[in-house]
Design a protein around this ligand. Structure first.
Ligand SMILES: O=C(O)CCC(=O)C(=O)O
Ligand SMILES: [Fe+2]
Length: 357
């Protein structure tokens, strides 16, 4: 094990062990025989571009001038179509609240690994790395608590050791504030397609009990070219992310990875698979990933706008390229694919004219 691996603390999940096992295992190159795992990983990474993500000032949506409101809504819809990602400013989530969230996350994640793993925060909410990874490409150098909003202050959040009252209070406040942002953005995007905006996302089956808050931590990583989170799309309508100032989030745009430079006053918004389906592919759910960092640990908090499991994901207009499916069906298919093949297929599974064999 390299000396630098000693930066791992006993509070970190066993990421170094996972990494070493995969590294020693190596990987088979597709045509030229054996390729050491680290080399295989870096050969895959494409050039990272520095491009400015569109920034939408949400204050303009409430301007007294209807033209300004329309210009803002159009800019948001263009960003959702062309990038699938944008940043929002004047979003109403207080900077102090977000700083408090980060402090609470540090306290929570710096607890011993055993405590986090055994207690969860809510049952089954803790996850780390990818214990079933068979290659370095599948290893996520991170840990997270993925918490249903219904549970934050519910009775099943009983693990006193982890769920301090202050943590639960801050999580609830962040969830409430981010849900207002999600409703505004989703309503604006839906209206831009011709839907009666005020009824969305409630009309799509989303409410305060169906969404999730995910607390992410990316520990220091001593190995070059490691991913903090592997490339993925989100299986929701919309995601609102607050990242700290460390950086590492990259999104796919025009066949290149684009680094999302942290902006102290902005939240990152991305379209999820369900909105892509609902919008008949007008809005794009694009791949994104997080690159691990060797100098600083990184925290982020993500709010996932999800409907109830039995909600039917239809479309705003017809015909849709997708057959109707429920959110529960979608999640089950994603989980089955990941379990069986190590990879999410997602929306292509639900195309009416499937090209998946
Ligand atoms: O940490 C980030 O910036 C992104 C997190 C993310 O993509 C996720 O939790 O799905
Ligand atoms: Fe994501």
């Amino acid at each position: 094990m390299p000396a630098s691996a000693e930066v791992a603390t006993t509070n970190d999940p066993p990421l170094v062990d996972s990494y070493c096992a995969l590294l020693l295992g190596g990987e088979l190159g597709s045509s030229s025989g054996f390729v050491p795992a680290a080399q295989a990983l870096s050969a895959e990474s494409l050039t990272v571009l520095q491009r400015d993500l569109p920034t939408i000032d949400l204050k303009r949506l409430t301007s007294g001038d209807p033209r300004e409101r329309d210009v803002c809504a159009d800019a948001m819809a263009s960003a959702a179509s062309e990038w699938g990602f944008f940043q929002v400013t004047n979003h109403g989530v207080g900077r102090e609240l977000l700083e408090e969230m980060r402090r609470e996350q540090a306290v929570l994640f710096h607890q011993p690994f055993d405590t986090k793993e055994k207690a969860g925060l809510v049952d089954g909410s803790y996850r780390w790395g990818n214990p079933t990874a068979t290659s370095l490409r599948q290893l996520s150098w991170s840990e997270a608590f993925h918490v249903p909003l219904a549970s934050i202050c519910g009775e099943d959040c009983v693990h006193a050791q982890l769920s301090s009252l202050s943590l639960r209070g801050v999580m609830q406040e962040v969830a409430d504030a981010m849900s207002r942002v999600a409703d505004t953005v989703a309503g604006t995007l839906a209206k831009n397609l011709g839907h009666a905006g005020s009824a969305f996302p409630a009309a799509a089956g989303c409410d305060g009990t169906t969404c999730f808050l995910r607390l992410n931590r990316y520990p220091l990583c001593p190995f070059a070219d490691t991913l903090g989170m592997v490339p993925h799309t989100d299986s929701d309508f919309l995601t609102i992310v607050c990242q700290d100032q460390v950086g590492g989030l990259e999104i796919m745009n025009d066949s290149h990875w684009v680094a999302v430079k942290p902006h102290p006053d902005a939240l990152v918004v991305n379209v999820g698979d369900l909105f892509q389906a609902w919008s008949n592919n007008r809005y794009k759910s694009v791949e994104h990933k997080v690159v691990a960092n060797s100098k600083a640990e990184r925290f982020s908090v993500a709010y996932f706008l999800c409907p109830s499991h039995d909600s039917l994901i239809g479309t705003y207009g017809k015909p849709s390229p997708y057959r109707p499916f429920t959110f529960g069906e979608y999640r089950r298919k994603v989980q089955d694919d990941v379990r069986q093949t190590g990879k999410k297929i997602g929306l292509p599974n639900f195309l009416k004219c499937s090209t998946i064999s």
